[in-house]
Design a protein around this ligand. Sequence first.
Ligand SMILES: [Zn+2]
Length: 331
Amino acid sequence: MMELWQRLSTYARHSILLAHREAVVRRTSEIDTEHMLLGLLRVGQGEAYQVIKDLGVDPEHLRLVLGQQLSGPESDETLCDVSFTGDVLEALGLSAAQADAEGVAEINTGYLLLGLVSIGQGLAHDVLAAQGVSEQSAQEAIRATERVQVAAREGREGKERDVGHPPPAPQLRVGLGYDLHRLVGGRPLRLGGITLDYPKGLAGHSDADVVLHAIADALLGACALGDIGQHFPDTDPAYVGADSRKLLSTVVAMVKKQGFAVVNVDVTVIAEEPKIGPNRDAMRQALAQILGMSVEAVSVKAKTNEGMGGIGRGEAIAALAVALVERPSDE
Ligand SMILES: [Zn+2]
């Protein structure tokens, strides 16, 4: 294993560390092929990510599908004794063999992906196969990616064929969002993508989900795309009673169109009532689903306003959100 580790590219090593984390948060002591694939997807760049996109599969969708198929509650617990399953060891061996066959010293994420596809079993293989990724198509896409890389490097840096260069830093952007709606009788309370059992609801043109609106503004802010009032004006009858989950999905699509992926989202709900704690995990699940990201990258916190002002009197609920997005460097 040590010898193999030495041959891994920076992204490939990073993906294995992330695979370890995927296994740990799911309280499993074995890193299986699906954790390896999640690790490759979570790196967000590198050859495997590119190959998956080249094969017409949306990496974010793949990540969502895999996340849904994995059982077990997520936890913050740290397991020390984590080992690889036999399938993963076999896949790693195949990755090395494929790199050898191509005469490539370094095992990049593309070869890790190829290894996972080539073993012909395991959840990663099955999910990839369901998306139409076969051993042959992956192999061809990896060769194509490599040719492009080598050509680009030779054009820019002479004859150097070094695949071990450090990856360019991704572009990071952060955005802030804030929203507030009044609480009134006779409306369901929509908050954080779910409906809460409470005698009052938030008043507004749409379903007035302040959490979703704050997140949407944070994402738009991160990409400097304006604000939700601009994109979904409250004078437009199309948005009367609108499901804010759809508004947020539209914003996520706009973010992706700019080439950005959402890294994490953190929300603070400011409400005197009802208690957010018992609904926190349901909200995180709902938000993760809309945002197409894993639950551990979505945080929901709550505060009261200590009885002060309109929020303190239970007349309104507010929400603050920050979102981090990243895209590969243009370099
Ligand atoms: Zn709003």
